[in-house]
Design a protein around this ligand. Structure first.
Ligand code: WTA
Length: 645
């Protein structure tokens, strides 16, 4: 395609890469033509099993019935830790880099084995057993990985809640999954600022009578309230327990974790992933998409509270026996050179981050990058939102010194693992394109009637078959799983994203086609923010949309209608911002609040979000047809007042 510049695979990468283009094409074709044979071989190659499965794979997408390796038994912690002891017991499993540049720690595979075993036994001693749900609300410390793996070891299902979520958001998630145990820390610390995790937990637990135990990691030593009988120090409980904890034999289809994510309607949903297929998907993609080579230091900057942290800090890398870096801090502390300094300090070969971080650092100027060496870097990656070509070019030239392929990886909480992405040794790159599908992934573009579109075209992105790491259900609500993802286009999984396919078959993700927005790579439902806003007694109605934001990708634009007779004020704006922080967390803070006397509605009373999006984005030439509105003058007022925002 001549529309954009093409960056061919560098010779230096091609030479030793796991796969060439021909090998990728062959394996890809085979994965579609002979899924049984393909997945069976991969599952044997990548994972250790206690017992063999029956049928390799079968699915009925219309009913949401998806099975991979059913009847086969394995344990995720065994695969991520125990099986590496013989060959790499003394090698780093986790390299932890603290918030301050002089804080770090190396956890070897042997250390990890002991810490996981001890904490697994500590949980058992407090009554946690196979199938129980355990909530993890931790900062980016090694204990986060230890806690996740300890759950996996005993067959408990973890539900990690991002440490930036408010007590209210934490409580909703604890209640929805009916967790009886919460693992937290006294405080987190990021960019020199403390986050009161234990105090947040205490507050959340006021509404959670079923929580019997809180394990508390001591991170800062700050003052906290203590609830005797419920609260237990993580380190004390671990010290008292034996490091030997036999791994539970789990069916491949037993749940491994629940992770809450935002959708276009209602409250966040608990996306449930399974043991065998998920681990296979994350291990394979970690090896092939990052071209991970034995012994390399690999760093994904996500938080473990998001799926990227689950799949590409913990499970994928550890399944492959990698050295995975866990970073507690932020990219701009102590200054905007931190990422690049950490890369030099720990000899990072593979670096995986979000476009929003790249854009923010790009804005700080090149000197922060150029004063570091970055010679260890070999592969760069991005995830979470479309990357604009300008940020891509900067990442490639300035950070990667024209030497490191960028893998732009498209996937979702629901997909478990990377779905569309280049392979470093195989795929020529085009800035802004996630390029080609991974093994077993059959993307299609459809129009709104469900017609499959061929060739170079644009449409809604669906996946035409199941794949191993696909979510299996929404916790406690299988109907909602079917309705959200599988009903729109029967027999296909609907992603909620739009995409374009070019003449080379490359995919370009154009963004969400539903009411989900992507703020600094954090996924939010506009409905969640709206329900926070209408909690305010003076708010009559609220409508939230995304709008283009230079650094965040999308910003949050809220239209608020007050109850009759109330006047807008700056004070009220601040109250509304605080309310969003309280109900959800700082990530949900609106960037712009516009008080509107009325919202554009159809005659049947439905808010026309299309128009609100256009006004927020200042695309006033393309408002489209407003004649079906109950009161078209509402739009003129919105536009007039937009100028004042
Ligand atoms: C978006 C994050 C463009 C997309 C792993 C998707 C992307 C949503 C990319 C999922 C990418 C993720 N290019 N858009 N490379 N990666 N997205 O569940 O809209 O937090 O549907 O998973 O992020 O967000 P989630």
């Amino acid at each position: 395609m001549s529309e954009t510049k093409v960056y061919p695979v560098p010779e230096s990468v091609k030479r030793d890469a796991h796969l060439t283009l021909e090998q990728y094409q062959q394996m890809y074709q085979r994965s579609l033509d002979d899924p049984e044979g393909f997945w069976s071989e991969q599952a044997e190659q990548f994972l250790d099993w206690f017992s063999k499965w029956g049928t390799t794979c079968d699915w009925d997408l219309a009913r949401g019935d998806i099975r991979f390796f059913k009847g086969g038994t394995l344990n995720v912690a065994y695969n991520c830790v125990d099986r590496h002891l013989e060959t790499r017991g003394d090698q780093a499993a986790i390299i932890w880099e603290g918030d301050e540049p002089d804080q770090d720690e190396t956890v070897t595979y042997r250390d990890l084995y002991e810490r996981v075993g001890r904490f697994a036994n500590a949980m058992k001693a407090r009554g946690v057993k196979k199938g129980d749900r355990v909530c993890i609300y931790l900062p980016m410390v090694p204990e986060a990985a230890v806690a996740m793996l300890a759950c996996a070891r005993i067959g408990a299902v973890h539900s990690v809640v991002f440490g930036g979520f408010s007590p209210e958001a934490l409580r909703d998630r604890i209640l929805d999954a009916d967790c009886e145990v919460v693992i937290t820390a006294d405080e987190g610390i990021r960019g020199g600022r403390k986050i009161p995790l234990k105090a947040n937990t205490d507050k959340a637990l006021e509404g959670c009578p079923n929580v019997k135990t809180t394990f508390v990691v001591r991170r800062t030593g700050g003052d906290i309230d203590w609830h005797d009988g419920r609260d237990v120090w993580f380190h004390e409980a671990s010290a008292e327990a034996s490091p030997e904890c036999p791994p539970e034999h789990m069916d491949a289809e037993d749940p491994l974790f629940i992770l809450y994510t935002s959708g276009s309607t209602g409250k966040p949903k608990g996306v449930q992933h399974t043991t065998g297929g998920y681990l296979l998907g994350t291990a394979m993609t970690h090896k092939y998409v990052f071209d991970y080579q034995d012994g390399e230091v690999y760093w994904c900057t996500a938080d473990v509270g998001w799926v990227t942290g689950h799949s590409y800090i913990v499970y994928g890398p550890l399944a492959n026996g990698a050295k995975t870096l866990i970073f507690e801090g932020v990219p701009t502390y102590p200054d905007a050179s931190r990422f690049w300094q950490v890369i030099d300090k720990h000899n990072v070969s593979i670096f995986y981050t979000a476009p929003t971080a790249i854009r923010a650092l790009m804005g700080q100027g090149n000197e922060y990058v150029e004063k570091t060496s970055r010679q260890s870097l070999r592969i760069l990656g991005t995830v979470g939102e479309p990357i604009n070509p300008e940020a891509w070019e900067w990442y490639y030239h300035t950070v990667g010194q024209d030497r490191c392929p960028i893998v732009d990886t498209w996937w979702q909480t629901e997909t478990g693992a990377i779905m569309i992405a280049p392979l470093p040794g195989a795929t020529d790159l085009k800035p802004g394109s996630a390029t080609l599908p991974f093994f077993g992934v059959e993307p299609q573009l459809v129009d709104s009637a469900g017609k499959v579109l061929e060739g170079a075209t644009e449409g809604n992105l669906v996946i035409n078959r199941a794949w191993p790491s696909m979510m299996r259900t929404i916790y406690g609500d299988h109907e909602r799983f079917i309705n959200t993802y599988l009903a729109a286009y029967p027999g296909k999984y609907f992603t909620g994203d739009g995409a374009r396919r070019d003449a080379d078959g490359y995919y370009w993700i154009t963004g969400r086609v539903d009411d989900v927005i992507n703020v600094s790579g954090h996924r939010l439902g506009t409905a969640e923010v709206e329900s926070a806003l209408v909690e305010h007694s003076l708010v009559n109605e609220a409508a939230v949309v995304g709008y283009p934001h230079d650094v965040k990708g999308q910003g949050i634009y809220a239209y608020v209608t007050l109850v009759a007779g109330e006047e807008p004020s700056d004070e009220l704006k601040k109250e509304l911002v605080d309310l969003c922080i309280k109900e959800i967390g700082p990530i949900a803070k609106p960037d712009i609040i516009q008080f509107a006397p009325g919202l554009p509605k159809t005659r049947s009373g439905k808010i026309m979000r299309r128009i609100l999006r256009k006004v927020a984005s200042n695309e006033l030439d393309s408002l489209g047809d407003t004649s079906t509105l109950a009161d078209p003058t509402v739009v003129d007022t919105l536009i007039e007042e937009r100028a004042n925002q």
